[in-house]
Design a protein around this ligand. Structure first.
Ligand SMILES: Cc1cc2nc3c(=O)[nH]c(=O)nc-3n(C[C@H](O)[C@H](O)[C@H](O)COP(=O)(O)O)c2cc1C
Length: 299
């Protein structure tokens, strides 16, 4: 039997497949479809200090092989999350990764401090949301990455993953995250994109720019993972366009320790269980003991 477990810093995942932030609710929503406890981990929706209503509709726009979103971080805020949502996530039987977003390093630090009092396993610093009006992408700038990761590091003892945008100085940002105390980088969030309604002659989204995800971005995200994992000594979590187990293996062979699946959950709610089963079947057929044995084989 292949052992699918992987270690990311001090945390062990039972397999390398994680539900990506914003695409799997808080995990409990899927409990009628399959047992979320089989997952390597679940990332929460992005949580902010105060509750947010998110952007006005439309928030989703399909493109050939991809999905544009402009959700704008709708969430209940850190206090309600910690009190009402996190306890239910912790009962799911998998690693709980809390994705947080803020305007300034102090906001990240404040939420990290609050989460330090909880049983959450990992904090994922979302440095890459393209959907908050006027906020920019701190993850595209190594100095801003360093400031945010360092502030969160000083405020808590939990493992920190830095989720980067695929744009900007990606390698510089990943190195800055590692130096400031992150034990992993998630590569990557959505690519900034847009669509125009030719009848109204206006952008479809109120915020003009949205985030592109799904199979359309897979080769781009794979290249990013390949480059970052060669450049940094910390774990890389691959993310972008994974819908089949073969995609997940490509990311692992490019150097990823684990992968996250987002839009794939919208295409097929059983996407993640199928990817886990497919990975296990491949390793067994090929006589490979663990994902670690093939990680980075394509470098
Ligand atoms: C509807 C939607 C909501 C998302 N919300 C978040 C979020 O709150 N925080 C975050 O870090 N990423 C968020 N993402 C980005 C995904 O977690 C993921 O990084 C991205 O979609 C690329 O992976 P995929 O191609 O597998 O979807 C969201 C993506 C989508 C499609």
């Amino acid at each position: 039997m292949a052992d699918l477990s992987v270690r990311i810093g001090e945390v062990v995942l039972k397999n390398p497949v994680i539900a990506a932030s914003g695409t799997f609710g808080f995990g409990t929503e899927y409990a009628d479809i399959f047992d979320p406890g089989i997952l390597g981990g679940i990332c929460s929706k992005g949580i902010t200090r105060e509750p947010r209503e998110g952007n006005p509709p439309p928030r989703l726009w399909e493109t050939p092989c991809g999905l544009l979103n402009s959700i704008g971080l709708e969430n209940p805020g850190i206090e309600a999350f910690v009190r009402e949502v996190l306890p239910r996530m912790l009962e799911l039987g998998t690693v709980v990764i809390v994705n947080i977003w803020g305007h300034e390093p102090e906001e990240y630090a404040c939420m990290a401090e609050r989460l330090d009092e909880t049983e959450a396993h990992v904090i994922e610093l979302n440095l890459s949301c393209p959907n908050v009006p006027g906020a920019g992408l701190p993850g595209a700038n190594p100095d801003k990455v360093a400031a945010i990761v360092a502030a969160a590091r000083a405020a808590c003892g939990k493992p920190l993953w830095a989720k980067l945008p695929p744009e900007g100085d990606l390698i510089g940002a990943a190195r800055a995250a590692a130096r400031a105390g992150a034990c992993a980088v998630t590569v990557a969030n959505t690519f900034r994109g847009m669509a125009i309604d030719i009848r109204s002659r206006r952008p479809v989204f109120a915020n003009t720019i949205g985030g592109l995800s799904g199979p359309a971005i897979k080769p781009l995200a794979l290249r990013a993972v390949y480059e970052v994992s060669k450049a940094v000594g910390i774990a890389v979590i691959g993310c972008g366009g994974i819908v089949r187990w073969e995609d997940a293996l490509e990311f692992i062979m490019a150097g990823a320790h684990a992968v996250q699946i987002g839009t794939g959950n919208f295409i097929d709610p059983l996407c993640i269980p199928k990817v886990i089963a497919g990975l296990e079947g491949f390793l067994e057929r090929e006589g490979i003991g663990s994902p670690e044995e093939v990680r980075g084989s394509a470098q």
